[in-house]
Design a protein around this ligand. Structure first.
Ligand code: FES
Length: 230
């Protein structure tokens, strides 16, 4: 019976109005929508991918030295000190091209010094005509080694990278690892270190003393910059 067969078909759900066989136009419209969705997802994916790739690219400022303000109380201590070296701490902000900004606590050794005295004690830090060694180190701007009457030394021993200390009894810097000893001007007195202590650029900015951290290559007689981060 035509009437009952319609009911059976309707109950099976195959021939209600929404399931009419599609016309070629409908097929092509549906295909168009599928393609458009795939294309749109691709565009969104690309949009997400660009910032990710972008964050992997070195930022314009990478590879440059960063000035960090020295602790003001310790800076005052250094200004008041006569002979004794002073440990000056600071917080260093560094930005690797591939990682978020990092901050870490660091310190340098500061001493009072004048240009003539330093040139005599550390000829390795000055070129012809008393020109600062910073002018000869690839990648560093030609800052003065002696600035405002002070010199800042990296706390890293140039032998194999340990941290040296100041020994008040001997009035010298001593490295606990292999016994290198340095004068207050940073000249090597004895031990296996291949050179004297490494200077760091220092400046005063709006009444605030700042230092630039540099990591030098160890175990070489020359001062070779390897990085601006620790
Ligand atoms: S690391 Fe300082 S003497 Fe060896």
């Amino acid at each position: 019976m035509p009437h009952s067969s319609t009911n059976v078909a309707a109950q099976g759900g195959h021939f209600h109005s929404g399931d009419e066989p599609e016309t070629p136009e409908e097929v092509s419209r549906r295909q168009f929508m599928v393609n458009a969705t795939i294309t749109l997802s691709g565009v969104i994916g690309l949009g997400l991918a660009i910032p990710i790739v972008g964050s992997l690219l070195p930022s314009g400022g990478s590879g440059k030295g960063v000035w960090s303000p020295l602790d003001p109380a310790e800076w005052k201590q250094l200004q008041a000190s006569t002979e004794r070296p002073i440990k000056l701490s600071f917080t260093m902000k560094s930005k690797d091209a591939y990682l978020p900004e990092e901050t870490n606590s660091q310190y340098v050794w500061g001493i009072k010094a004048d240009q003539a005295k330093m040139q005599k004690a550390r000829p390795d830090l000055f070129g012809a005509g008393g020109k600062s060694i910073f002018a000869n180190i690839k990648g560093i701007e030609p800052y003065n080694v002696v600035n405002l009457g002070f010199v800042m030394f990296s706390p890293i021993c140039p032998h194999l990278g340990c941290r040296f200390n100041y020994d008040a009894d001997q009035n010298k810097f001593l490295c606990p690892c292999h016994g290198s000893i340095y004068t207050l001007e940073g000249a090597k007195s004895s031990g296996p270190a291949p050179r004297g202590l490494d200077p760091l650029p220092m400046r005063e900015q709006s009444g605030q003393a700042e230092v630039m951290w540099i990591r030098y290559q160890d175990s070489t007689p020359d001062h070779v910059l390897i990085s601006y981060t620790s």
